[in-house]
Write a protein that binds this ligand. Structure first.
Ligand code: UDP
Length: 434
């Protein structure tokens, strides 16, 4: 039943066939062997070349670069993300300056809505009726879900929330974190079941930090993020990675290369060290420790067109849903969200004007590609054991979301890789350079 996303026939980016050539004699002449062509691996290769003139071999077991940020133009002409919707935002000047070296960016503020089941809801989907409200929850969310609240100011909203919020200065888990900020009604409507669907755990089984990613607002700000820099790469995310590592004579890229199947050869190739950006428990699979827990995602793709000729004659483009990302936080359906990429303004013109649209219904699962580390005390304790081994591993630097088992946003992954690079390469901090 699962459609999945088959890139093999739909990818629009041109790829250099030598990427798939496998390991050869040229790969022997490198300083760094970098495992994984995602954010961390590409930062290391790019910095090693341009800052220090070092040569890298970047290998990835997948058939593309860009890790989970990978996007491509599909057969119908839409730019879609293979591993779920990605939105770049950052408050870090260093990261913003860095990513601007590799792409033109279009200012874009992400706005998410949630469909909450209500008999008198204005939005119909899958035979059910929904009220569509802003997420993160704000004053408008409360008014839409509980009209009797009739909040007309931020002060009203604060009083409404304060009357419901649990007092707790140190929430110990996701449930406490949400109840102290949102109170029980919003907790039930927006957080509880979405979290259960996303993690197969109720919020009380997760660290407070997971739900604290989403603010609760008293005003009517409906932006998903509040960072200073929020933007879309004009030509998609993959182009950033191409500009970072392709066409640089110091950087060799080999795709479809599994590190573990070639571990001895690859480790010998690295004159300086190996940069490992995969899951840390996969690196130590033979050590007998339990595996770390990851959440994975599956996407069910559908193509839709307007009802008839009327739609195509109309100047208005056809959309399936009112926004890019519509969350379904309730238990009445199994998907967590539906993403309609046509809403992204960095679509090619043909996609923006297309008579149809593609949507991806997103489901969470525990098997498959590792997407999310699962932040809770048991996993943290287990990760510490892996970290201990990694800190003593000669000739290997562990970098990134999977290697450090952290729920990084894109900008945090960039910053983390830049900082680790400076640290291990002993690069002086900006400002300290002569
Ligand atoms: N969350 C929720 N309801 C929502 C959106 C988010 O309960 O409508 C919770 C859920 O636990 C989720 C977490 O907040 O895993 C973080 O959400 P975010 O959108 O940051 O997740 P991502 O986009 O990284 O999957």
């Amino acid at each position: 039943e699962w459609a999945g996303v088959d890139v093999s026939c739909r990818r629009g980016n041109d790829h250099d066939p030598s990427w798939f050539a496998g390991l050869d004699a040229r790969c022997e002449d490198v300083d760094l062997v970098i495992v994984g062509a995602g954010i961390s691996g590409c930062v290391f290769a790019e910095r090693a070349s341009r800052e220090l003139g070092l040569r890298s071999l970047v290998v990835d077991k997948r058939d593309h670069i860009g890790g989970n940020c990978y996007d491509f133009i599909n057969a119908k002409g839409f730019r879609v993300s293979q591993y779920g919707v990605h939105l770049f935002h950052t408050k870090h000047a260093r990261v913003w300056e860095y990513v601007n070296r590799f792409s033109a960016w279009m200012a874009y503020e992400h706005r998410v809505k949630a469909a909450i089941e209500r008999e008198d809801g204005e939005y119909e989907h899958g035979g059910k009726r929904y009220r569509v409200v802003p997420v993160p929850p704000n004053r408008d969310t409360i008014n839409a879900l509980y009209p009797e609240a009739n909040l007309t100011s931020d002060e009203d909203a604060r009083a409404w929330l304060d009357a419901r919020r649990t007092k707790n200065d140190e929430p110990k888990n996701g449930e406490e974190s949400a109840l102290t900020r949102a109170g029980p009604e919003l907790y039930e409507a927006i957080f509880k079941y979405y979290t259960k669907k996303q993690w197969d755990k109720y919020p009380e089984e997760l660290d407070a930090s997971v739900l604290a990613r989403i603010p609760v607002r008293e005003n009517t700000d409906d932006r998903y993020f509040s960072d200073e820099h929020q933007a879309l790469p004009r030509d998609g995310y993959t182009r950033i990675f191409e500009n970072m590592i392709m066409g640089d004579p110091n950087i060799l890229v080999r795709l479809n290369v599994d590190f573990f199947e070639n571990k001895d050869v690859l480790q010998k190739m690295a004159r300086k060290f190996v940069v490992f950006t995969g899951p840390i428990d996969a690196y130590y699979a033979s050590q007998g420790l339990p595996k770390l827990e990851y959440r994975s995602l599956r996407f069910f793709e559908e193509y839709h067109e307007g009802a008839g000729d009327e739609d195509t004659k109309n100047d208005e483009p056809f959309f399936y849903q009112p926004c890019l990302q519509l969350n379904y936080p309730g238990p009445e359906v199994e998907h967590t969200r539906i993403v309609e990429y046509k809403h992204k303004p960095n679509q090619p013109r043909a996609a923006r004007e297309h008579r149809g649209t593609v949507i991806f219904r997103e489901y969470s699962c525990d098997h498959g590609e590792p997407y999310y580390p699962v932040p809770n005390p048991a996993n943290r304790e287990l990760y510490e054991k892996y970290r201990e081994m990694a800190s003593k591993e000669p000739g290997v630097v562990f970098v990134g979301r999977l290697a450090s088992y952290k729920y990084f946003n894109m900008d945090q992954a960039f910053l983390n890789a830049l900082e680790i690079f400076d640290d291990v390469m002993d690069v002086p901090k900006e400002g300290e350079r002569s």
